[in-house]
Design a protein around this ligand. Structure first.
Ligand code: ARG
Length: 465
């Protein structure tokens, strides 16, 4: 009897080691729902095209649904002789329906079936990731109002640079995650294309209706070239890149908060339920979660690298190498999902250490650039103003005082009459208040952005605890 199970070449039995080596069911079982969904849509199309009868279609659909329930409830045995999840489901269908089951594979091959199932899976993964990214953004935006009174040093080269409002930092991460969501949304357009019916490589002589299947599966369209369709893994690579980018952004945030939580910085207190202790040093509150978010970025980048190398130089069209795409993407999705799951509550639960931040804000000459721009407003050319302030900072450093601690005669010596108003612009609070450009940390600009983000994320008053 004809079965879909793996037979060796010209009837010779396959070596057990080959079965072991070539199986994919140990990981592609994760596609079972998509496989059943795809097969039901395919069978409905076959019935609509009168390739199978509607009675046969109904039997197929009912049995596929049963099989799906059995897999979901762990009542379905997987065995490597059947290679992948697609063959398992088809074999179970044949075991139960005989020749009617044997009709399901009409007009398709596993090549387009795998591609379609994976596209459905990736589409779903993208939608879940989008919701998770939005949750992290919401956590940042929700912090903004409570932290509006906090000024932090912004760094360049990890050296104190200029003063910024804490929400300006939080929204910096929102912007990064926004681009991540945008990238995923764009990638989704290319994922959401139906390849079913392109068959093994050249299409089929049977009267199938690919548009019909695509519509039933919620795809936006169908692929135009059967050779391309069976070899195309761009959608997997693109998704992996989007994931690597998210991981990169998370690792920057993780690194920043690891530093900020040290005694040296004392900017932030991490929620203790997301930290670990040390077995030997009782005082330790270790930021292991953040370290692992940073560390797991390596895995995600590794997956992207694997996929890029996997497809490099493959001839058209389907090659078995492509089976290896799934472990790489599954791992990247799982890893980023777990990082995002922890990022949201950590962002929400951390506390800025207001007193220790405020106590040290006058260190590092954060208002030097403001002073320079004040001189420019007084008519001093930029380069000269830069030079003058450089000299003032040097004098303040020698005296170990902030710029506001330099006496009036020093300012007047630098620029005639400067002392009259200079003290009105010095100090971090005045420095922050002086910003005015779009995208800057100017309080009114930041407030506008917070409002915009609340609208974008539909955050209403009291909608988040
Ligand atoms: N398990 C395989 C995969 O996931 C199925 C490939 C079927 N095609 C074939 N020509 N062997 O890619």
């Amino acid at each position: 009897m004809a079965t879909p199970s793996r037979s060796g070449v010209f009837g010779a039995a396959t070596d057990r080691r080959v079965e072991q080596f070539t199986e994919s069911v140990s990981f592609d079982h994760r596609l079972y729902q998509q496989d059943i969904q795809g097969s039901i849509a395919h069978s409905r199309m076959l019935a609509a095209q009168q390739v199978i009868s509607s009675d046969e279609q109904q039997q197929i659909e009912t049995t596929l649904t049963e099989i799906g329930e059995e897999i979901a409830e762990n009542r379905f045995a997987l065995r490597i002789e059947l290679e992948d999840i697609h063959m398992h489901i088809e074999q179970a269908l044949i075991d139960r329906l005989g020749d009617t089951g044997r009709k399901l594979h009409t007009g398709r091959s596993r090549n387009d079936q795998v591609s379609t199932d994976f596209r459905l899976w990736v589409r779903d993964a993208i939608d879940k990731l989008d919701a998770q990214l939005a949750a992290v953004q919401r956590a940042f935006v929700t912090r903004c109002e409570q932290d509006m009174d906090v000024t932090l040093p912004a760094y360049t080269h990890l050296q104190r640079a200029q003063p910024v409002l804490a929400p300006h930092y939080w929204l910096a991460y929102c912007e990064k995650l926004h681009r991540d969501r945008d990238r995923l949304r764009d990638c989704r357009r290319r994922v959401n294309v139906c390849t079913l019916g392109t068959a093994a490589v050249a299409g089929t002589t049977l009267p199938i209706d690919r548009q019909d299947v695509a519509g039933r599966l919620g795809f936006d369209g169908i692929s135009a070239n059967s050779i391309d369709s069976s070899s195309d893994r761009d959608f997997v690579l693109e998704t992996a890149f989007c994931l690597a980018m998210i991981a990169e952004h998370l690792s920057t945030w993780a690194e920043e908060w690891i530093l900020w939580s040290t005694v040296e910085y004392r900017f932030i207190k991490l929620p203790h339920e997301f930290c670990t202790g040390s077995s030997i040093m009782p005082q330790k509150i270790n930021p292991d979660v953040l370290e692992l978010i940073r560390g797991k970025t390596a895995r995600v980048i590794g997956s992207l690298q694997t996929l890029l190398v996997l497809v490099k130089g493959l001839p058209l069209a389907y090659n078995r190498d492509l089976q290896e795409d799934k472990p790489a993407l599954f791992d990247a999705v799982d890893t980023v999902t777990s990082c995002l799951e922890l990022a949201a509550p950590m962002v929400a639960g951390a506390e800025l250490q207001r007193e220790s931040i405020a106590a040290r804000l006058d260190r590092g000459y954060l208002d030097a650039t403001t002073l320079m721009e004040y001189l420019i407003k007084c008519g001093v050319p930029h380069r000269n103003a830069h030079h003058l302030v450089g000299d003032l900072v040097r004098q303040a450093t020698d005296r170990d005082v902030p710029l506001a601690g330099l006496p009036a005669e020093v300012y007047d010596a630098a620029h005639a009459g400067l002392s009259e108003h200079v003290y009105d612009v010095l100090g971090v609070d005045k420095a922050v208040a002086a910003f005015c450009s779009y995208g800057s940390t100017a309080p009114h600009e930041v407030a506008k952005q917070v409002t915009l983000w609340r609208e974008r994320l539909s955050i209403t008053e009291g909608s988040l605890a």
